[in-house]
Ligand binder design. Structure first.
Ligand code: MG
Length: 165
């Protein structure tokens, strides 16, 4: 059985993952409106991953005999100023999610909930990747700038996400 503290934290995390999904979908819509189909493609794949994260927590709570409780998903922003600002927001958001997962991990240590610790290892690894990829794209934007050919090339590159490897 899951204890209440851990179950509540996992349910909150489901909400954060669905919010992430919603945020990235909103970002994708913004990118489409700015004629950046590659950015939109990358963000829509990200959106699907976030749904997958939420469902992993959902499955885990059920497997442990707990109760999934879904809360309201808050409204994401719909304006992002620029591609650089958008990716700064992605990176900040992923850092926030990493902290949230680390906090659940600390609770699982306190509660001596070993299965939750093991389950969270996957997410801890995943967050390292999420932060690294957001940070890499942000660095490219900062170096190459947002105008003309550089942005077009980055848009093409992001449009190939999911095609390599
Ligand atoms: Mg996530």
């Amino acid at each position: 059985m899951l204890n209440k503290t851990i179950q509540d934290a996992l349910n909150e995390q489901i909400n954060k993952e669905f919010y992430s999904s919603y945020l990235y979908l909103s970002m994708a819509a913004w990118a489409e409106s700015k004629n950046l189909p590659g950015f939109a493609h990358w963000l829509k794949l990200q959106q699907k991953e976030e749904n997958g994260h939420a469902m992993k927590f959902y499955k885990y709570i059920n497997e442990r005999g707990g109760n999934v409780e879904l809360g309201a998903i808050k409204q994401p922003p719909s304006e992002f100023e620029s591609p650089t600002k958008l990716f700064q927001d992605v990176l900040n958001h992923e850092r926030y999610v990493s902290e949230s997962i680390n906090t659940i991990y600390e609770k699982a240590l306190e509660e001596k909930d070993y299965p939750t610790q093991v389950m969270l290892h996957w997410f801890i690894d995943e967050q390292v990747e999420e932060e690294a990829s957001a940070s890499e794209i942000l660095d490219t934007l900062k170096m190459a700038g947002e105008k003309g050919p550089a942005l077009l090339m980055l848009d093409r590159q992001l449009g190939r996400r999911g095609q390599q490897g």
